[in-house]
Design a protein around this ligand. Structure first.
Ligand code: ZN
Ligand code: ZN
Length: 394
């Protein structure tokens, strides 16, 4: 893409070896959420060497600000930096050196991309109309964005828009996925404790078995989703943990149930409200108590229409229109806490396709055999630079 300042593809190509080396180093040294001390230090040193001042928001969240030579808007780029509690099974020469921890979601690639983007844009700082905030976020897998926001990162840096990307093993390498509107579902985790009355297995009449209540609660919430919600607004409730009882002759006192409610629409609060009402009424009908709490995993990732249009134009220039996927089938009921930034400023989250069956990089993320197609990393850097320059009008 020929830009007024420089040729983006050429600039990224010159740094592609470094991009891959950075990614491999992060990959070999993964760190769990909120423990990304080594990663944060490398980011900080890298940015400071580029004369980009940095500040920490939370212990391991790093933010660098590149101030352009001319006034203009402020745009934020966000990369997540955390790894997962997974034992890597890839046999790569640069596989995780930390037992039980693995970059199985591609955040190592995201971090490397954003550093290279900072390096390239820093070379043109005098000519840039506006500022770029490079945000490196800890603990994406468990609501790290909100911690940085609470620490004041948006109040201090005042971005006008935010962009973020994710390498995506469900889209072919060489393509990008850009969707306007809802793209990734909100996720609220629930914990439910159903209280009954323990007793002898031979005398259920003298006890109150919370398992019976739970069976009907499960049925009730499924019926609620399929009958109360317009099916064009995707909603799923998944129960992933249920625990009650220790012995086959003892009716348990309590039952614990956990799972998530995911909505690819904005009426998530109403879904939770009905979920709670149905669960409580059914428990009460069974003479049980019901304690219920929710924790926000992430809110809805809903892309700004104008930014999506702009990104589509950038991708068309860089990759060609035929390499843009924008179908609703690329929306996901999984989530990302990139959404928390979008609660405050317009944003765009998009996918960098990374599936190449020949290289087995179409393995799902969060899998111990997850592989990343490194050839797509330069595309991520090109897209980020293209978006920044277009947004700032450089
Ligand atoms: Zn993940
Ligand atoms: Zn991820």
């Amino acid at each position: 893409m020929q830009n007024r300042l420089f040729d983006i593809q050429e600039a990224v190509a010159e740094s592609s070896d470094e991009l891959i080396a950075l990614r491999r180093d992060f990959h070999a040294h993964p760190e769990l959420g909120l423990q990304e001390y080594r990663t944060a230090q490398i980011i900080e040193e890298y940015l400071n060497k580029l004369k980009i001042p940095t500040k920490r928001y939370t212990e391991t969240g790093v933010v660098g600000i590149l101030t352009g030579g001319r006034p203009g808007k402020t745009v934020m780029l966000r990369s997540d930096i955390d790894a997962l509690p997974i034992e890597e099974q890839t046999n790569l020469p640069f596989a995780s050196q930390t037992p039980g921890v693995m970059h199985a979601c591609g955040h190592d690639g995201h971090t490397a991309i954003q550093l290279i983007v900072a390096k390239i844009l820093a070379q043109y700082r005098e000519k840039l109309p506006g500022n770029i905030v490079f945000l490196f976020q800890p603990n994406e897998e468990d609501a790290g964005a909100e911690l940085m926001i609470q620490a004041g990162v948006l109040d201090d840096t005042k971005p006008d828009a935010v962009f973020g990307l994710h390498v995506w093993p469900r889209i072919s390498s060489g393509k990008v996925g850009i969707l306007a509107g809802p793209m990734m579902a909100s996720a609220y985790y629930f914990n439910m404790r159903i209280g009954g009355k323990g007793g002898h297995g031979g005398h259920p009449d003298r006890a109150i078995n919370p398992i019976d209540a739970a069976m009907n609660v499960l049925q009730g919430i499924r019926t609620m989703v399929s009958t109360e919600w317009n099916a064009i607004y995707p909603t799923i409730i998944t129960v992933c943990k249920i625990h009650a009882g220790e012995k086959n002759i003892v009716i348990p006192e309590t039952l614990e149930l956990e799972g998530s409610i995911r909505c690819l629409h904005e009426n998530d609060a109403q879904v939770r409200e009905r979920f709670a009402a149905i669960a409580k009424e059914i428990c009460h009908a069974h003479r049980c108590t019901c304690e219920l709490s929710f924790k926000c995993g992430n809110t809805l990732v809903k892309n700004d229409e104008n930014l999506a249009k702009m990104a589509t134009a950038v991708a068309a220039e860089l990759l060609g229109e035929e390499n843009i996927q924008s179908g609703r089938e690329y929306a996901t009921m999984g989530g990302d806490d990139f959404a928390e930034f979008m609660q405050h400023i317009p944003g765009l989250y998009y996918y960098i396709g990374s599936a190449n069956p020949e290289k087995k990089t179409d393995t799902e993320n969060h899998n111990p055999r997850f592989l990343l197609d490194e050839e797509v990393l330069p595309i991520g850097a090109e897209m980020e630079i293209g978006l920044v320059l277009k947004y700032l009008g450089a």
